[in-house]
Design a protein around this ligand. Sequence first.
Ligand SMILES: [Zn+2]
Length: 389
Amino acid sequence: MSANLSANLSVKSTKLIEELWQIPALDQHAHNLLKPEALARYPYSAFFSVSGQSDRFATETLFYRRSIRDIAELLDCSPTEQAILARRENLGLESLSELCFSKANLEAVFLDDGFLTNEILPVEWHKKILPAYRVLRLEKLAETLIPQALSFDKFLEEFRSAIDPPPPGVVAFKSIAAYRSGLKIEPVPKQEAASSFYVIKKTLAEQPLYLRDKFLIDFLVLQGLEIAAKHKIPVQFHTGFGDRDLDLRLASPLHLRPILEDSRYRQAPIVLLHGSYPFSREASYLASAYERVYLDFGLAVPFLSVSGMRSTLAMLLEVAPIAKIMYSSDAHLIPELYYLAAKWGRSVLAGVLEQAVCDGDLTAGEVETVAIAILRDNARSLYSLAFEF
Ligand SMILES: [Zn+2]
């Protein structure tokens, strides 16, 4: 690219980024904020690590370095962790959240409240700031019900009735099978699932229960899919990178093929979360091959380097229909992450769309509609049955 063309592109991109800030985004996958008293248990740098851990390299990532400058600009303080922590303390959680959410310009947020359940604020708390809806994590529901259930049949009855019909305010189900036993989810005879249940009951020393039995997880995820299909409610799947609980080899969305081929679940839209990074091309292919597969790019944006975010979104767009790609943040625990995702989601989207115009994939006249679709309208139409706009 000539220096002139490159300069021209970046001027246009800046203008487009400004336009994209005017469009309220629909954050279709995020998590609840931490209670203030729980916050003190984590070093600040841990919130910028995909693994959620803070070791001596936690401040060495490009994401952390970039974010310290972004947050300092937002909070109007110097770009050091110390200055940011002092400003946060001064503002308090409520004001900080209001600032981050209003700057992020979000239409609504969908919260998976199955992560660190004892340490987070309820979905209701977030509703004071913006419209918030719930994503119901299937494995968490099972973990809550198993310890009290006396028999497998009773447990299964309670599990099914908790999601059939989906409770009010729930816009999607979610599975974290990728974290526990992998995405190679296969049909399991009920007897096999029941045996697993009784083994777990016998060895229930762990508090709270951390479910990782493949037979039981596969069985329950398929129960969830069957009910989702009945109500035409989307099921979000964690795919791709995450913390060390996850075996990345089993987190490729390609493992979902048996589910995608099974006509019993055809009415359940499937959302592959996190751009399936680093399996973004695989995810893009699946969305092109299967009508009910959708994609989002939360977590990849904002946790990757700028070039990593740009190439991930570009890979998703390589073959997947535009109408399948959705914005999300996967923000969790601290309000800054909702803002950072909103900032970089728009910025990277602008860059990728400008490049598409430059390449001749899109015309300049099409860019705005495509941006609105990805930031908001695709999620609006996918979740329209559960969510009144
Ligand atoms: Zn998530």
